[in-house]
Write a protein that binds this ligand. Sequence first.
Ligand code: NAP
Length: 292
Amino acid sequence: MTLINGKATATAIKAEIKQEVEHIIAQGGKRPHLAAILVGHDGGSETYVANKVRACEECGFQSTLLRYEDSITEAELLACVARLNADADIDGFIVQLPLPRHIDEQKVIEAIDPRKDVDGFHPINVGRMAIGLPAFVSATPKGILELLRRYDVKTSGAKCVILGRSNIVGKPMAQLMMQKDGGDATVTVCHSHSPQLKDECRQADIIIAAIGRPAFVTADMVKPGAVVIDVGTTRVADATRQRGWRLQGDVDFDNVAPLCSSITPVPGGVGPMTICMLMLNTLAAARHDYYE
Ligand code: NAP
């Protein structure tokens, strides 16, 4: 059984990005610049944004963090997005989700210039990705495909079952895995109304679990030799940890891992790749890889 080490892979990719940035600077180019908008003081969002800023440092990027209180109005936030769209020094930016309830998230996402939408959430990027055009792709599915590639997992012709159909993970993952130039797999997507979910999983060569249900994927759902990718990250109480909790994936790792040909751990699997792909998207934005 191979343990797919997302942390080590992400470290290697960030080193590759840093080298590329040094090359750009040596050629007289501009340092890539990522901005992040953070609204409010949600603990999870604070951590994610801090990690993104740290990843920028590791990659040699410039970063700017714009903080606003929960009381910011939708109009004020949209004005901030418009300023970043117009700022030639900013190559790409993200608006950390979730936003306070009084702000329409979709409206904010659609206000972002698709050329700077390094989260890949704008409908133009989602649509371009779906038909195989160059586009910013949502970081988590992009990172999973990269992990599968770097670990030489054969995806072409494989039966891939994806659990979950969210806009940021399940749906784009399905698109990437089915595309000829992507996973080239036969893809089944299961969700909370899929009656044959267990049977589907048992037939899968590759299972990608993204539902946010701790230890949902059990050994009886996994075919011997399958590849299992665990996207889930749920905080579960754990009295043995000083902080009182630990991160639990969607897979019952201890019982599933012995069956697998390869599997990602939680933490240290998909998570570190996600921020790393945001960095790759920012580099692509700075180089105008997808748009003029
Ligand atoms: P989400 O928006 O809550 O979507 C969950 C999906 O799972 C939905 O499609 C839902 O079905 C399905 N689902 C829920 N319970 C189910 C069940 N019992 N059986 C079958 N399907 C079920 O979640 P998300 O944003 O995609 O995130 C999923 C998990 O991945 C979460 O734990 C999240 O924290 C984690 N995550 C991790 C990373 C990372 O970088 N590691 C990134 C993003 C997300 P319906 O559509 O029918 O409701």
